[in-house]
Design a protein around this ligand. Structure first.
Ligand code: UDP
Length: 330
């Protein structure tokens, strides 16, 4: 029996594939390669195709014995989603509906779904609990929250069990140094700061210094990508052992401001990193920090990389050795 990883060539998906292989699982990957990289896939059987194409789904589900699906395939940029919400709703919701349709038809009963802290919007409490109000401030978060709701009804009607994992800020790279983070264009904080350290960019623009936080810059909870992967595996095991559908936050429970992240990166890299204050980025909440107690308690999840220094060190290790990212130019 195999696990299907949709979006397995992307940043978090490729670390998931690596983790599943380390656990001795058979893995099938479906990726459109619109954003993903061939070189990010460390093993498994690969299919190129879009989740919105029913034909490729039929091929994957008939040629393999799929027992569970882990779905990472989505657009995930807050800023872009503000400018083009329909692109996000059409892709992120449409593709998951198609996937669920196929799961129903091929009798696949388990899905782990990538969700996000952006489902909460401006949080009512810090740290954020899974039971807190969800009120997204951007279409990306809204698209993920919509799928969460769809999953609930599919569970009820078709018996497809789900685990929704609401990631806070995924960061870092695989400890082996073989895979890492490479978005084109890059928009994420840590890889951009590392590009400044590598002299590939002149400076980091800090988006907003007038938030209601200690130093005025946005506070985020950074979680290592391999710790995210391990939580997915535990979530699957729990469902297979009879556990119910559930929603979990995944974070470290500690917040770092943008300025603090810049400072820690200066320390880790030993490089000068020029920073400049810019306008706020639309759709960004001031503070997002997770309570992950539920995942720790119910999944037995123990993040291994719980210091920001270590997380940034793993990212730095990859970026130093892959100055142009993956070579497949995607
Ligand atoms: N950020 C920034 N400059 C950049 C990129 C990001 O100041 O060039 C800030 C952004 O406003 C947010 C934090 O860094 O507060 C993390 O942003 P990122 O895009 O990495 O992740 P997100 O929080 O959108 O998931």
């Amino acid at each position: 029996m195999s696990i299907l990883v949709c979006g397995g060539a992307g940043y978090i998906g490729s670390h998931m594939v690596a983790h599943l292989i380390e656990k001795g699982q058979e893995v099938v990957i479906l990726d459109s390669f619109e954003k993903g990289h061939k070189d990010a896939i460390l093993g498994g059987k690969v299919y190129k195709g879009d989740l919105k194409d029913r034909k490729i789904l039929d091929k994957v589900f008939t040629e393999n014995k799929i027992e569970a699906v882990i779905d990472f395939a989505a657009y995930s940029l807050v800023g872009e989603s503000m400018e083009n919400p329909l692109k996000y709703f059409e892709n992120n919701i449409g593709s998951t509906i198609n996937l669920l349709e196929a799961m129903k038809d091929y009798n696949v009963k388990y899905i782990v779904f990538s969700s996000t802290a952006a489902t909460y919007g401006e949080p009512e409490n810090i740290p954020i609990l899974e039971s807190d109000k969800t009120f997204p401030t951007n279409p990306y978060g809204e698209s993920k929250l919509s799928v969460e709701k769809i999953l609930k009804w599919c569970n009820k009607a078709y018996g497809i069990k789900y685990t929704v994992l609401r990631y806070f800020n995924a960061a870092g790279a695989h400890i082996s140094g073989k895979i890492g983070e490479d978005h084109r264009p890059e928009s994420h904080l840590i890889p951009i700061i590392l590009q400044v350290a590598l002299r590939q960019r002149e400076k980091i623009m800090i988006f907003g210094e007038d938030y209601d936080t200690e130093d005025g810059t946005c506070v985020r909870d950074y979680i290592h990508v391999s710790d995210l992967a391990s939580a997915h595996f535990l979530a699957l095991e729990k469902m297979k052992n009879g556990g119910d559908s559930a929603i979990y936050n995944l974070g470290n429970g500690k917040g770092f401001s943008v300025k603090e992240v810049v400072e820690v990166t200066r320390k880790v890299t030993g490089k000068e990193i020029k920073a400049e204050i810019a306008e706020r980025r639309e759709g960004d909440p001031a503070i997002l920090i997770a309570s992950s107690d539920k995942a720790k308690k119910e999944l037995g999840w123990h993040p291994q990389y719980n210091s920001l220094e270590t997380i940034i060190e793993t990212a730095w290790n990859w970026h130093k050795k892959h100055l142009n990212g993956y070579e497949d130019k995607n």
